[in-house]
Write a protein that binds this ligand. Structure first.
Ligand SMILES: NC(=O)c1ccc[n+]([C@@H]2O[C@H](COP(=O)([O-])OP(=O)(O)OC[C@H]3O[C@@H](n4cnc5c(N)ncnc54)[C@H](OP(=O)(O)O)[C@@H]3O)[C@@H](O)[C@H]2O)c1
Length: 269
């Protein structure tokens, strides 16, 4: 499968899963729009991928927790005549702590990045995809969006559950119109995620089989969106966890997550 001549916009392309999406789509011939805050990282990735694959790469340094950032991104691309065919909504981070430990501004910015920003970018780019009869949208959700909410990282599971439901609704609305929408639900994945939220030393004590490299996560997600799979969980361990949580009566599953997250929080103090 190739994407030669298509344009792919990837948010959170300066690191981790987003940077791997950029590499995987560039190998398939897509032109890229890379979005994140760290412009230096975006520049060096853009130079590398342009040289390696003879593609066009644009970078837009933007803080997607700012409410008009999606409009600015859209306006820049419209002015440049770039029509986005593939949207990877990926930028994100984890905010440790129980709900009242973080102030409202932090929660508001978090929701802007992890929920409103994803919905807003989709609202801006989906109409063009529908008009052209071709589009691919991947929302990077998480296993956390498919299991009961935990104590701590309060809005994380909620924001990821939103993305699963949002992808399901969009997929139903876009059925038969050439636009495929998927929610990618990874579990623990090697990236900068746990350095940014300062849980690296804690998660390094967890068994290695619980972690995946980002490359198979991304390759699986691209294959899944092409096949029209709406919810994709990469990896045997993650599939097992999600299936177990679905099979258990809801109160049992919630009790298991509650106990696990309480242990996690105790160890992190
Ligand atoms: N790693 C895991 O275990 C895991 C598991 C399940 C789901 N996920 C999800 O995967 C996605 C990618 O995370 P990752 O693991 O690749 O983490 P990562 O390596 O820390 O990358 C996060 C990316 O998001 C960008 N970002 C963060 N805040 C932003 C903002 N305000 N505006 C614009 N860009 C912003 C970062 O770029 P800048 O700092 O340059 O802005 C970076 O490019 C997230 O949605 C995360 O929730 C991760």
């Amino acid at each position: 499968m190739t994407y030669t001549g298509k344009w792919a916009l990837i948010t959170g392309a300066s690191a981790g899963i987003g940077a791997v999406f950029a590499r995987a789509l560039s190998v398939r011939g897509a032109n890229l729009v890379l979005v994140a805050r760290r412009e230096d990282r975006l520049k060096s990735l853009a130079e590398e991928l342009k040289a390696a694959h003879a593609i066009d790469v644009r970078i837009i340094a933007a803080d997607l927790a700012v409410d008009d950032a999606p409009d600015t991104v859209f306006a820049r691309l419209k002015a440049d005549g770039v029509d986005v065919d593939i949207l990877v909504n990926n930028a994100g981070f984890g905010m440790p702590g129980v709900y009242t430990e973080n102030d409202w501004q932090a929660h508001r910015d978090y929701l802007e990045l992890m929920v409103t920003g994803y919905a807003h970018l989709t609202h801006l780019f989906l109409p063009g995809m529908l008009t052209r009869g071709y589009g691919r949208i991947i929302h990077v959700s998480s296993v956390a969006g498919l299991v009961p909410g935990s104590s701590g990282h309060t809005l994380y599971g909620a924001s990821k559950a939103f993305l699963v439901s949002f992808a399901q609704s969009l997929a139903a609305e876009c059925d038969g119109k050439g636009v495929h929408v998927s929610a990618l639900c990874p579990g623990f994945t090697y990236s900068e995620f746990h350095d940014v939220n300062d849980t690296r030393s804690l998660v390094s004590q967890m068994p290695k089989y619980m972690f995946m490299q980002p490359e198979p996560v991304v390759e699986g997600a691209i294959a899944a969106v092409e096949k029209g799979h709406v919810v994709y969980v990469p990896g045997i361990w993650n599939k097992f966890v999600v299936s177990l949580m679905k099979a258990l009566p809801r109160p049992w599953a919630a009790a298991m997550v509650k106990r696990q997250s309480a242990n996690f929080r105790r160890q992190s103090i």
